[in-house]
Design a protein around this ligand. Structure first.
Ligand SMILES: NC(=O)c1ccc[n+]([C@@H]2O[C@H](COP(=O)([O-])OP(=O)(O)OC[C@H]3O[C@@H](n4cnc5c(N)ncnc54)[C@H](O)[C@@H]3O)[C@@H](O)[C@H]2O)c1
Length: 314
């Protein structure tokens, strides 16, 4: 049974992953090569826990216990030597991850399961430098940002790992209230990001063609398909509508839609102009720098409200 957790990399994803396990009582060792980043991560976790208390999602005692459950480390061996499950959220670089897994293979006990939170790298080459025995205990566990609020975790079951090891990890994620998706093939983007890119490609293309303004494109999604998607998946929606209708509409609409195989030109143009979104003050919309903390807080509050309303949240 998995009890002790190691998280490697304390950035955007790593701090949220550590926080999620700690919130549910797991002992977590959080490692980063940068000591200042570890302190920053602890402060972020504290602030995020505080918001959960403000929103009456957890008690102040639970927030305090979350902090107690996390210890920070700058020595990798100390951080992982007694861990049952170690997940890395280090930079998205194949060579870096290969070397990291080689080190983890050497430092961790034989039973430790190793995971990568990679968004785009294949598992097979990531395992190149680990022992044959460890290859049966390695997988991708892909989280969504912000990790402590988004319920999804995509877990790989690509054929290198016995079913009972996969089940241990699926049970671990169920115990921290995550909804797991079993991904059977090592394809870029796994499942959720592929679906999201399909939607994004058409949304960007609609803007590029001047079919609607950004505010209306987002409204069409939030109050149309996405309003249903929060409770009813695409395949259920297709079944409800009738596959015969989806077949006819698909034949009529798909030839008129964007099928490009690279990022949208309008997006590329905005990037070239320095319009990167909230981090630069403008993307599809404008953002007042002074309002940014409130905008970020509101984003988290809305996710907390959705979690509270979700029938899956225990
Ligand atoms: N940001 C997202 O929305 C998101 C979502 C899902 C998955 N991911 C994946 O998660 C991973 C981390 O992404 P992120 O956005 O958290 O990155 P990040 O840059 O915010 O954090 C990376 C952290 O790793 C640390 N680091 C650098 N070298 C290291 C090493 N050798 N060992 C340990 N730590 C090291 C850095 O100091 C930093 O704190 C990537 O593989 C990324 O593709 C990101």
């Amino acid at each position: 049974m998995i009890k002790k957790i190691g998280v490697i990399g304390a950035g955007t994803m790593g701090h949220g992953i550590a926080e999620s396990f700690a919130m549910f009582g797991y002992n977590v060792n959080l490692y980063d090569t940068n000591a200042a980043q570890l302190e920053k991560a602890l402060n972020e976790i504290k602030a995020e826990q505080q918001l959960l208390v403000e929103e009456a999602f957890i008690s102040a005692e639970k927030a305090a216990a979350t902090m107690e459950n996390i210890s920070i480390h700058t020595d990798l061996q100390t951080a992982v030597k007694d861990r049952d499950y170690v997940i890395e959220a280090a930079p998205e670089n194949m060579e870096l991850k290969q070397n990291l897994f080689k080190q983890l293979d050497g430092f961790c006990p034989a039973h430790t399961i190793l995971a990568s939170n990679t968004s785009s790298l294949s598992l097979e080459p990531m395992m190149a430098l680990v022992s044959e025995a460890r290859k049966q205990r390695m997988m991708v566990c892909h989280w969504y940002n912000p990790g402590h609020l988004m319920p999804l975790a995509e877990l790989s079951f690509f054929g290198n790992m016995p079913a009972d090891i996969y089940q241990q990890v699926a049970d671990l994620y169920a115990s921290i209230n995550k909804q797991t998706v079993k991904v059977l093939k090592d394809v870029p983007g796994l499942v959720a990001n592929r679906i999201q890119q399909g939607v994004a490609r058409e949304a960007f293309s609609i803007i590029e063609q001047g079919i609607a303004d950004p505010i209306d494109v987002d409204k069409a999604l939030k109050f149309g398909p996405a309003f249903r998607y929060a409770t009813t998946g695409q395949l259920e929606v297709a079944d409800f509508g009738g596959l015969d209708i989806w077949c006819i509409v698909g034949d009529n609409l798909l030839p008129a839609m964007d099928n490009s195989t690279q990022a949208n030109n309008l997006l590329r143009q905005k990037v070239a102009e320095g319009k990167l979104g909230i981090k630069s003050g403008e993307g599809f919309f404008r953002y007042d720098a002074e309002q940014l903390p409130a905008i970020r807080k509101r984003f988290a509050q809305k996710l907390i409200h959705q979690l509270k309303a979700s029938e899956y949240y225990k």
